[in-house]
Design a binder for this molecule. Structure first.
Ligand code: SAM
Length: 387
């Protein structure tokens, strides 16, 4: 009976044979605590939902509404569904050349989001940005309402299989989600990229106004990083963080050298004359959310701080590389990528987001013209690499 139940629990859709299960021999309790040995990768754990496909399929009936290309050839903006945009990119020079794809999809909140108007529509004058949020003019930005979790995961999975094609062998994808969704997305990514392609789960810890809730305050998001090809050397520029106060007090800002006794045991480290860069960055990042009066604020909902994107773009791409953001929103990733000398490709289905992103990039000196590919997809010209 115990064996039967344990087998049933790990038997998954589409598998030919159930994975091997070893049962403890010690009595009833031992039987309930059956230990599952190992599941081979090709028999891996899979999420299942009604209508699941998530296969690579560049055919789409969705139409793009606008495609703009930066006049210097180093950026692109797509207005429309990102599945259509990603699918069309797979038949251009972008395919297999993206170093970093950052995805900040809606978080399955079952809410519609509004943007706060930054300028009065007719007068072009800046709207006063003080006063209660509720009183300020707003317009619809994007919808995060879904029929089910399955529908959400299906939509994300369909985009991820296209993103995987676009990545260079050295490239990686970072998916930004919250703790209510991250465990589902992680299993989905294990399936699409392979569990050996999993690189990091980054916790972005922020401080915000406390809520009156009988629970620990929710103060983090989750960023999942997967590599395209775990056998290829990854794009990686080592970031550092400051030394701990106790280390600074003992060692100052000079590098330490590990010292070992003759028998191999660690002895007290010695100080060198070389200045330390800090400690290699960990996977818990404390970065402030955008302050209500921050200059970065565009009024777009769910806008992420540039400091977060700077860290990702600098670590995971080189100058001249291509950075992709298919859920671009207000264009944070694109603005940061351009500032750091990367080429960028962004897409958003929201007119409001597209307009804000285009303006934001124009402020950074990037001007766009209409691309040819809306009229003739096959003639799409690829991105020029910057020097
Ligand atoms: C969380 S916001 C991104 C915010 C962005 N990181 C920023 O800093 O402004 C998610 C964005 O995904 C866009 N989006 C959702 N589904 C989409 C789809 N299928 N195709 C294109 N864009 C989509 C929404 O319009 C929204 O702007």
């Amino acid at each position: 009976m115990g064996r039967h139940l344990a087998n049933a629990a790990v038997r998954l859709r589409g598998e030919r044979a159930p994975p091997k299960v070893r049962l403890s021999k010690s009595g009833a309790l031992g039987t309930r605590l059956a230990t599952i040995r190992f599941v081979k990768r090709d028999e891996g754990v899979r999420l299942s939902w009604q209508g699941k496909t998530c296969v690579f399929d560049p055919a789409t009936t969705e139409e793009l509404r606008k495609v703009l290309v930066a006049q210097d050839g180093k950026g692109r903006l797509y207005l429309g569904d990102n599945r259509a945009a990603l699918a069309s990119m797979t038949s251009t020079e972008l395919n297999g050349r993206v170093s970093l794809a950052y995805l900040d999809p809606p978080f399955l909140t079952n809410r519609a989001f509004e943007a706060i108007e930054q300028s009065a529509p007719e007068s072009g004058k800046r709207v006063v940005r003080s006063g209660p949020l509720k009183a300020r003019p707003k317009k619809f930005a994007f919808d995060d309402r879904w029929a089910s979790r399955g529908e959400y995961l299906e939509a994300l999975g369909q985009r991820l299989v296209l993103v995987r094609e676009l990545l260079a062998p050295h490239g990686s994808v970072v998916i930004h989600v919250d703790p209510k969704t991250s465990h589902y997305v992680k299993v989905l990514c294990d399936e699409i990229f392979g569990d050996d392609a999993f690189a990091s789960e980054i916790i972005w810890r922020y401080r915000r106004w406390p809520s009156k809730t009988p629970n620990f305050q929710r103060v983090h998001d989750v960023l999942l990083r997967y590599r395209k090809d775990p056998k290829a050397a990854p794009r990686w520029n080592q970031p550092y963080e400051p030394l701990a106060a106790s280390t600074l007090a003992t060692w100052g800002t000079k590098k330490q050298r590990a010292v070992f006794e003759d028998d191999g045991r660690r002895a007290r480290s010695s100080r060198t004359e070389e200045a330390t860069k800090g400690v290699p960055m960990g996977d818990v990042w404390e970065i402030g959310v955008l302050a209500p009066i921050s200059k970065e604020r565009t009024g777009y909902p769910s806008q992420k701080p540039e400091a977060l994107l700077e860290r990702l773009v600098s670590a995971l791409s080189d100058p001249g590389d291509i950075v992709l953001d298919p859920y671009a929103g207000s264009g944070t990733t694109l603005a940061v990528a351009a500032r750091l000398g990367r080429s960028f490709v962004g897409c958003d289905a929201s007119d409001v987001a597209f307009e804000i992103a285009e303006k934001r990039l124009a402020t950074a000196g990037i001007c766009f013209e209409a691309a040819e590919e809306l009229a003739a997809p096959a003639s799409a010209k690829g991105l020029r690499r910057s020097a």
